[in-house]
Structures are given as C-alpha cells and as structure tokens.
Design a protein around this ligand. Structure first.
Ligand code: PLP
Length: 389
C-alpha cells in the first residue's frame, strides 16, 4: 500500500451542522408541526455530497429523502444511519423497479406503463410496492393525465395486495416566480380535483404533497401532508423573488437561512509582478501598476467556472479580492496588492464568509450566469466534504 499524501486536495468544502439545523428550524416554523419534511438530495445533495449530507440531515431529525434516480436511492440507502424512507421522483428502469420494491424504496408513478411494471414486479416478488401517483396539473413534464385515473384504479384493483398508496403528488411549474402565480394557482385547483377524483374511485393516498422550497415558502396552502425541500435546506432562497416575498413581510430582519456550504482553499504561492507585464496565459490581464499576485490551487477542473476569469471575487485576509487573468485547469491568480498581510498558506474562501464578508453562491452564480442550483451541483465529487459545527 502506498500511503496517501497528507495534503490531498487544493480545496475543501465544509458542511455546517449549525447552519443546517437553523434552516430546518426555520422551515419547520413555515410548514407547521405536522407536515413531513422530505429532504431532496438529488444532484449529490445539491453538491453537498450524499454520503456526508444524509447522516447529518438524519441527525437533525430528517427521516424522508427524495432523489431523482435509482443510483441516488442506492447512495442514500448506503449512507443512512436510521430507517429513513427514500423516494425516487424520476428515472428508474423497469429492471430497477424490482430492486426498488425489494429495498422498500418509494417510487413516484407518472405513467400507466410504469404503474403496470411496478405492480408486476411487486407481485412477482410477493412484496408491496410503495407508490406515489404524480398527477399532471399543468407542468407538462411528467404526470398522469386525470382522464386516465379510472384506468389506474382498474390496474390497482387488479393487483390489489401488491401496493401501498403512499402518496399523491404534483410539481409546480415555477413557484419561485410571481409571474407564474396564476399558473401555480390553476395547478393547485387541478390537484385538488384529481385528489377528489381518486377519493371517489375509492383510492386514499396516505399523503398529499406538491411543494418544493419555493412553494413551501410562498404558498402556505401548498404544504399539505409533506413538502419536498431541496435548495432552502442548504440555505439558499430559490430565487430573488422568494426572498423578497419573505423580506417584505419582515423588513429589516436578517436572512433566516444560513448557507450550509463553505468552499475554502489556501494561498499556494505569492509573486510580485512589475507594471507593464501580463499575468497568466495570453494577454487577458495587464498589470498596470506593480502588482502582488497570489496563486490558489483551484481551477475549472474543480468547478470554478472559467467564465469567472478576470471577474470572480474571493476572500483572503478578510478582504474581497479579484481573480485576475484566465482561470486555469488547476489554478487561479488573485490580486492581493491591496492586502499586504497575505502570505503563503493563508485561507482563501471561494464561496462562504470570512471575517463578516461573504462571497455568496448567487454572486458567484450571477457572475458566471449559472443558477445557484447549477453552481452547487457542479462542485466536483473530488473536492473533499467535511462536516464542521
Ligand atoms: C428538485 C425537486 C424538488 C425540490 O426543489 P427545490 O426548489 O430545490 O426545493 C421538489 N420536487 C421535485 C419533483 C423536484 O424535482
């Protein structure tokens, strides 16, 4: 065995337990005491890492997780430390349905073929499939058309004993934007109609759930029996509008959500560059005065977008400084001319706070024209995640 070097990576992502607990407490106040909070951990827990995040969420009381695919469900099952439930919202092949039934993983059903396949799998295995029916209400992505509900009922009747109806659900087409208000309202109405129809057909789903973070934060009546919370648990508002919706009700109060993630590196080396010299590859940055440059061992291969060349900001020695020159594959240069105290080994914050200053994912995202969601999920698996208080 060859020993690992003690310094594995150029950067580390810290996951804050206290921030997560704070966010759950805030969300719990919003949704009330009784609704189940399903923690959405697709996209490697929005970049926070399923193996690190799932046990942490469980230690904060979470007992239900939502994922997109069977492989993510497998990761949650491996990571969980108690008997938490897992629900697959999206992709699962017919072959994997048997696996899901075997593992008691809940699956969202959005078409008749899939319902037939999961019921056949359950019967074959002599187990009950745990299903949620997703009804089409106007997102027009996936979902059972209301006109097919009696076919669904017939199929369920044919396979009675092979299923448990864990829930009925839908997903809103943009609850994070007031521009979609009428569309969301119409979806709520259609959802209520579909639930009534199911009841009339003698089907009683255990839980009704429709809300993602934005809906849970902006439409209290969307909470129902369960909410599927992704971005907000990680400490981000789904959009500026969702934040304003909250802020205008409580003007002047500090942001109740705390970012769970901090991405940190260290100064790798420092160099003095004379006026008139270009910095890094090519001619994208000219030092017009004598300039002090610090190198940071993080580049686009680590998820720091190359489009942040000459644009990004990082924190070092408590100051916000500029990225200069092109982002390289494994490195970037920052201008520390105005921060003479900076020395090799000093902490550099790429996302997060340092001495009261913040580089937010959203500023980072806006500069690189990514959504918060996209920036987070792009943080590569190779950057180690560590839990801190
Ligand atoms: C991703 C997703 C969520 C969570 O969305 P957030 O905006 O991150 O809270 C909820 N429901 C479904 C179906 C999703 O795909």
């Amino acid at each position: 065995m060859i020993a690992f070097p003690p310094d594995l990576a150029g950067s580390v992502i810290e996951i804050s337990r206290s921030a997560l607990m704070n966010n759950y407490a805030f969300l719990r106040k919003k949704i009330g005491r009784n609704a189940v909070m399903s923690s959405v951990v697709k996209g490697n827990a929005y970049g926070h890492s399923i193996p690190v995040f799932v046990p942490l969420a469980e230690s904060c009381g979470i007992r239900h997780f939502s994922v997109f695919s069977a492989d993510e469900a497998w990761q949650v099952l491996r990571a969980r430390t108690c008997d938490s439930d897992v629900m697959i919202m999206g992709s699962i092949s017919d072959e994997a349905l048997e696996w899901a039934v075997e593992q008691d993983v809940e699956v969202i059903i959005f078409d008749l073929e899939r319902l037939g396949a999961v019921l056949a799998a359950a019967r074959k295995m002599g187990k009950q499939a745990r299903i949620h029916l997703e009804v089409e209400t106007g997102m027009n992505r996936t979902g059972l058309e209301p006109v097919t509900l009696d076919q669904i009922q017939a199929l369920l009747h044919e396979f009675s004993g092979s299923w448990v109806l864990k829930g009925v659900c839908t997903h809103y087409a943009g609850a994070e934007s007031t521009g979609n208000y009428l569309r969301v309202r119409r979806q709520m109405k259609r959802f209520r109609d579909a639930v009534e129809e199911l009841h009339a057909l003698g089907l009683r789903p255990e839980r009704q759930h429709t809300a993602c973070s934005a809906a849970a934060l902006s439409y209290p009546e969307a909470t129902m029996d369960m909410v599927r919370i992704g971005i907000a648990q990680y400490g981000f508002w789904p959009s500026r509008e969702t934040w304003m919706h909250h802020y205008l009700k409580k003007p002047g109060e500090p942001d109740p959500l705390q970012r769970v993630i901090t991405w940190k590196s260290k100064v790798m080396s420092i160099k003095e560059v004379a006026a008139g010299e270009f910095i890094g590859y090519g001619t994208s940055y000219l030092a017009s005065i004598p300039t002090r440059i610090a190198t940071v061992p993080v580049g686009y291969s680590h998820g720091f977008a190359r489009s942040l060349s000459n644009l990004g900001r990082v924190l070092v020695a408590g100051e916000r400084v500029a990225v200069v020159g092109l982002i390289n594959m494994n490195m970037m240069m920052i201008d520390v001319t105005e921060v003479p105290a900076v020395k090799r080994g000093d902490e550099v914050v790429l996302i997060g706070t340092q001495d009261g200053k913040e580089v937010s994912v959203s500023s980072f995202s806006e500069l690189s024209q990514n959504l918060n969601y996209e920036t987070l999920v792009r943080l590569p698996i190779s950057v180690p995640r560590v839990v801190v208080d």
